[in-house]
Design a protein around this ligand. Structure first.
Ligand SMILES: Cc1cc2nc3c(=O)[nH]c(=O)nc-3n(C[C@H](O)[C@H](O)[C@H](O)COP(=O)(O)OP(=O)(O)OC[C@H]3O[C@@H](n4cnc5c(N)ncnc54)[C@H](O)[C@@H]3O)c2cc1C
Length: 387
């Protein structure tokens, strides 16, 4: 089914994104990122220069000023994943969907002035650190503390699984500024790379997204000035996270649909070329039927995503709707990519083939951004009328 949510501006922008990717996301570049375990800074800066990141940053701070309109970001996500550069898509996503929004929508004027121009150009890379070794799904169980002191806070604790955690210059960090686990006990503080006592610990070795760094962070008596308190007020951290999580989940949904689409496209191409028993693999009825099933699911996936993009643009994507989008799309993605690997035969298991990478990258979509069990919990609580 044809999609109709993009207009000429989006399509013109898509052209620019494709040009950028043809130049910067070559096979050689992807291999380099995988070997280094991170995206190089030059590529991120070039992306900033080409206008691929900082899309929601207001124009007065050097960004594209898209604010609630996620469609341009969706174009970047779709195209980057379509060329098999999942790690680069991940790095763009952390910058634009997980770090920038906290400054754009919740930062003080000073924070906007300090961070946004550099984040739009790719000079400053951000990350979001919520998860800890002992608390992932249950975020209120975090132990990282920020104790008030003269002019700021002293932060102690540790975070894990932080995407872009090694490369980030600034980390929006979920900390406890109060006692107990009431929502008001939490705040978001910006920790800056280079602050004394802030250690970028081990970079984790992952099943997928080999070219995007995921790291442990540790904080020992780190002094963080009070200007780095997001929104300039204590006790808002939990609510601030809740405000941005629908976007994070929508972005995972877009990535899931894009990866499923790319997997389908690669598989059609591959099965047209590959022969067995004197026939092309695509001529077997089983292959054609499987592809027909995928094609129908893709139509449903895009229709769902497109609707969510428009609802988000109107500022009305609720936590429950975003949770549904996240778990449903990532589960369809997983099924589709599994079928695509199968239709590639042995080559589907070989990392040289983009389908193998996409399959491994996809696995975490059901885990991060809130696991799919937590997504079902959010949705089902609403259905059951529970808080
Ligand atoms: C590659 C990668 C990148 C990540 N990037 C980031 C990042 O940038 N920033 C960040 O803060 N975090 C990040 N994470 C962390 C991620 O969000 C968490 O791993 C995820 O939320 C799950 O938390 P957990 O690992 O502690 O699992 P747990 O919470 O220990 O869960 C274990 C299992 O129990 C299930 N479970 C837990 N509670 C319930 C419940 N109430 N009902 C039913 N089942 C339940 C879970 O669904 C899961 O299956 C990343 C993780 C990975 C793997």
């Amino acid at each position: 089914m044809e999609r109709d949510i993009y207009d000429e501006d989006h399509e013109a922008f898509r052209g620019l994104v494709k040009e950028f990717l043809a130049r910067y996301a070559t096979n050689e570049a992807r291999e380099g990122w995988d070997a280094a375990g991170e995206i190089d800074r030059d590529t991120m800066r070039a992306a900033g220069e080409a206008g691929l990141i900082g899309l929601s940053v207001p124009e007065e701070y050097g960004g594209a000023g898209m604010l609630q309109d996620y469609r341009f970001r969706a174009v970047v996500n779709e195209e980057t994943i379509a060329v098999g550069a999942g790690s680069l898509a991940g790095a763009f996503g952390i910058q634009d969907d997980l770090a920038v929004p906290y400054i754009v929508h919740m930062g003080t004027d000073e924070q906007k002035q300090k961070w946004l121009p550099g984040m739009a150009t790719g000079e400053i890379l951000g990350a979001l650190a919520m998860t800890e070794p002992g608390a992932g799904s249950d975020l209120r169980g975090i132990k990282t503390t920020a104790k008030k002191t003269d002019g700021g806070y002293i932060v102690n604790g540790a975070k894990t699984f932080i995407s872009s955690g090694k490369t980030a210059d600034m980390v929006v960090t979920f900390v406890k500024t109060g006692d107990g686990n009431r929502p008001e006990a939490f705040s978001l503080l910006i920790l800056e790379s280079g602050m004394e006592g802030f250690d970028h610990g081990k970079t984790l070795s992952k099943m997928g997204f080999h070219g995007h760094d995921t790291a442990e962070l540790s904080f020992t008596d780190v002094f963080v000035p009070e200007e780095n308190l997001i929104g300039g007020k204590e006790g808002l951290g939990f609510v601030q996270l809740m405000m941005n999580l629908p976007l994070e989940r929508l972005s995972i949904g877009v990535a899931a649909a894009a990866a499923a689409q790319a997997g389908f496209d690669w598989t059609v191409e591959y099965t047209k070329e590959r022969e067995a028993f004197g026939e092309r693999v695509i001529d077997f009825q089983n292959t054609r039927f499987q592809l027909a099933d995928i094609a129908a699911t893709l139509d449903a996936l895009w229709a769902y995503i497109d609707r969510a993009l428009l609802i988000y643009k109107d500022g009305a994507l609720s936590a429950e709707e975003a949770a549904k989008v996240k778990f449903w799309t990532t589960e369809r993605e997983w099924e589709i990519l599994d079928t695509c690997v199968q239709l590639h035969g042995g080559y589907g298991y070989i990392m040289e083939y983009p389908i193998a990478r996409a399959f491994l990258d996809a696995r975490v979509h059901r885990i991060y951004g809130g696991s799919n069990e937590i997504m079902r919990d959010i949705v089902s609580r609403k259905i059951a009328g529970k808080r």
